[in-house]
Design a protein around this ligand. Structure first.
Ligand SMILES: Nc1ncnc2c1ncn2[C@@H]1O[C@H](COP(=O)(O)OP(=O)(O)OP(=O)(O)O)[C@@H](O)[C@H]1O
Ligand SMILES: [Mg+2]
Length: 313
């Protein structure tokens, strides 16, 4: 068995009648053992709902999910022994110290810090100097590390991390992902959701979720390679007017603002940079700069999401 987590055609609705929300709509995916798997999606896409179902904390309306061969409904007791779950909002006890939080979570699983130490050491060493400090007094990055240690304390086979780095400073985010890399060496399967595209790039595979549906799932490299449009990065004075202008230009598939440039996706072979430059000059634009760019993972997701939106209508 190569797959650690299997999700088959899961559906989940909340509410009733006119207020019904379809949080998950036929979601299927497989995560291989030892894989670092990213779950990407805008607010309300269904990421947290999917984590809860895989963690056996919520029942799906239909479909089924298994973790390491255990069914999340019928065998939830087994599941809880082998998963570590770090929910989006802190699960830590703010009034307990670092050490006390770890002890508490270890006790829950019938373990103790000493026994668990080898498993958490690569991460705990960052926290050890602050072990007497209350969790509530730690920085955001340190809290995340402590939450990760607590999720690892019972030596789980599968880690479920719901937006583990949201609201954390960039240096701590980078450190956190490096730590996840260390866990890979131990063969732990990790599923992490993130709104940050540079984090998506660190995953072996990523799944893009939108309105409760999977709109793409592959390695970041394959997703980029499959992008069907030439990308032109375009800037000038009057960026807002430029965006509207580019969107009207013949041969434009779509155009989105990306930092200092707009990314212009050209329908196959139809737009040349110098022709576009000439056109923009004729329209009175100044300080024009146009360069061809490699598609980023964000370009791919923007496009996949616009297609997903069309299917949904
Ligand atoms: N307990 C609940 N009761 C009612 N609606 C819910 C409940 N939980 C989630 N939803 C709705 O289901 C949809 C999916 O929510 P979910 O929290 O899974 O998305 P998410 O991708 O985690 O979003 P976010 O990025 O905001 O965390 C949303 O429309 C949400 O409002
Ligand atoms: Mg969520």
């Amino acid at each position: 068995m190569d797959n650690s987590v299997i999700v088959s055609d899961i559906g989940k609705c909340f509410g009733h009648g006119n207020h019904k929300v379809r949080a998950l709509d036929g979601v299927s995916l497989q995560v291989k053992r030892g894989e670092l798997f990213g779950l990407i999606g805008p607010d309300g896409a269904g990421k947290t709902t999917l984590f809860r179902i895989v963690a056996s904390l919520m029942l799906p309306d239909c479909g089924h999910a298994e973790v390491e061969g255990f069914d999340t409904v019928a065998q939830y007791r087994e599941i809880r022994k082998i998963i570590g779950y770090m929910p989006g909002r802190f699960s830590l006890y703010q009034d307990l110290s670092v050490e006390e939080n770890l002890k508490f979570f270890a006790t829950l699983f019938g373990s103790d810090i000493k026994k668990s130490y080898p498993g958490i050491q690569p991460i705990y060493r960052y926290l050890e100097p602050f072990k007497k400090r209350k969790a509530g007094k730690l920085s955001g990055g340190m809290k995340q590390k402590l939450a990760l240690c607590c999720a690892l304390i019972h030596d789980p086979k599968v880690l479920l991390l719901d937006e583990p780095t949201t609201g954390v400073d960039p240096v701590s985010r980078k450190e956190f992902w490096e730590m996840l890399g260390l866990l890979q060496d131990k063969g732990i399967t990790v599923i992490a959701s993130t709104p940050y595209m540079n984090e998506a790039m660190r995953c072996h595979r990523v799944c893009l979720l939108q309105n409760g549906k999977v709109v793409g799932c592959d390695s970041p490299e394959n997703i980029r390679r499959a992008f069907p449009f030439k990308v032109l990065s375009v800037k000038s004075a009057e960026m807002f007017r430029l965006l509207e202008e580019l969107r009207r230009y013949p041969g434009c598939h779509a155009c989105y603002p990306f930092g200092a440039y707009h990314h212009f996706y050209c329908k196959q072979g139809s737009v040349q940079a110098d022709t576009l430059q000439q056109f923009l000059e004729n329209q009175g634009y100044t300080d024009i700069k146009i360069k061809e760019s490699e598609p980023t993972i964000e370009d791919c997701f923007m496009d996949l999401m616009s297609q997903g939106g069309k299917d949904g209508n």
